[in-house]
Design a protein around this ligand. Structure first.
Ligand code: SF4
Ligand code: SF4
Length: 166
């Protein structure tokens, strides 16, 4: 079963509070073997999730751009790092991150749902949504935010709830 963005939005509206509460409880009382479970669930989730049919992270969220990302992407675009930053990014004081000025991301090709700079995309995009980030218990608060935007994160939590009842 491939999760569609439309189905996800409907389910998310109905259930995201329940999933967030579950992740909060899991953070306080992490199940033994959580990291191993996350590895298995990660494989299952990607077998039924098609990012090209979704692109919601590129439409509704922003990656963070580290210095290395800016150097790599600006060189790819034949721009100076300063011109790249000036054109596309804004500095968020609260978290100390460079993020996109606008959403959807300027590098998303809206016709194909593909990233136009895929080979040099920010490391944050390459790792998102970090379903098997070690230690998983230290990342549950981020999954709490991501379930609202990412069908893969949402499905991961559904699968966790089937395995770990708390
Ligand atoms: S850089 Fe590419 S993968 Fe990252 S948010 Fe933009 S379009 Fe998506
Ligand atoms: S990572 Fe999540 S939000 Fe982004 S395209 Fe894939 S399923 Fe959609």
């Amino acid at each position: 079963m491939i999760v569609s963005l439309r189905t996800f939005r409907k389910k998310m509206k109905e259930n995201h509070r329940k999933l967030r509460r579950y992740l909060g409880r899991l953070e306080k009382d992490p199940a033994p073997g959580l990291d191993k479970m996350a590895e298995q669930i990660d494989a299952e989730v990607w077998a039924e999730t098609d990012c090209l049919a979704c692109g919601n992270c590129c439409k509704r969220m922003t990656p963070t751009f580290k210095r290395k990302d800016v150097l790599r992407i600006s060189a790819h675009l034949n721009m100076t790092p300063a011109a790249f930053t000036e054109k596309w990014l804004v500095y968020e004081k609260k978290d100390g991150d460079w993020i996109n000025k606008k959403q959807p991301c300027q590098f998303l090709d809206r016709k194909t749902n593909r990233c136009s700079i895929y080979a040099v995309r920010p490391a944050d995009c390459a790792g998102f949504p970090y379903l098997k980030k070690k230690k998983m218990k230290d990342y549950l608060h981020v999954h709490q935010q991501n379930v609202e935007y990412c069908p893969a994160s949402y499905r991961m939590v559904e699968k966790l709830m089937e395995r770990v009842v708390i």
